[in-house]
Design a protein around this ligand. Structure first.
Ligand SMILES: [Zn+2]
Length: 199
């Protein structure tokens, strides 16, 4: 049977491992790359190498950072008594854009998704409990997405943290049900933060 040349097969195999990319999309991307000028393809490869080499997760909050600790964790002007818990680094960015939050963050690096086999042990929850144990944090704002996994995660965290002497809040409605934080417009997100309700 005639098949694609080996370098192309290798590229297809790697592309298919990416989230949301099936065999057809992989083929489309591979042929796009074959047509594209060599320099553009090289830049793409370099950009992938750079994010892996230069970006890390902050050792405290798991936001993306070029240093061991991210800029937010290093910023003495932030309020260390309030912690906003989000799913992904992109959610930090979305909330930062509103300018409505001056506390610190904790990124879970995902959400509990039983159907995909993602349990709490795969998230940065132990690290969250560790951060809460020194008593400096007085309020935890749970800002996971308003979709099923986000709500499951919020409920899990609420149960876990209920016994602690910490004020627990959840983003107010206004974030459309079923939606991801990153898609909420800045005004809606700022309102949801201001109107956060106690759990
Ligand atoms: Zn950090």
């Amino acid at each position: 049977m005639i098949n694609y040349a080996r370098p192309l097969l290798r590229l297809l195999e790697l592309l298919e491992k990416l989230p949301g990319i099936g065999p057809r999309s992989a083929e489309r991307i591979a042929f796009y790359l074959l047509r594209t000028p060599k320099e553009d393809a090289r830049q793409l490869a370099q950009a992938i190498a750079d994010v892996k080499e230069r970006l890390h997760f902050c050792e405290v909050c798991f936001n993306l950072s070029e240093r061991p600790r991210c800029e937010i964790c290093q910023d003495a002007a932030r309020d260390p008594s309030i912690l906003c818990v989000v799913e992904e680094p992109k959610d930090v960015l979305a909330i930062e854009k509103t300018g409505a939050f001056r506390g610190l963050y904790h990124v879970l690096l995902g959400a509990i998704a039983p159907l995909e086999g993602i349990g709490p042990e795969l998230l940065k929850i132990d690290e969250l409990l560790h951060r809460l144990s020194n008593g400096a944090i007085q309020e935890v704002v749970i800002a996971t997405d308003a979709d099923k996994d986000g709500e499951t995660t919020a409920a899990y965290l609420a149960k876990l943290l209920r016994e602690r002497p910490i004020k627990l809040t959840r983003l107010a409605s206004g974030i459309p049900v079923g939606s991801h934080l990153e898609y909420a417009d800045q005004a809606t997100l700022a309102r949801a933060l201001e109107g956060r309700r106690e759990l």
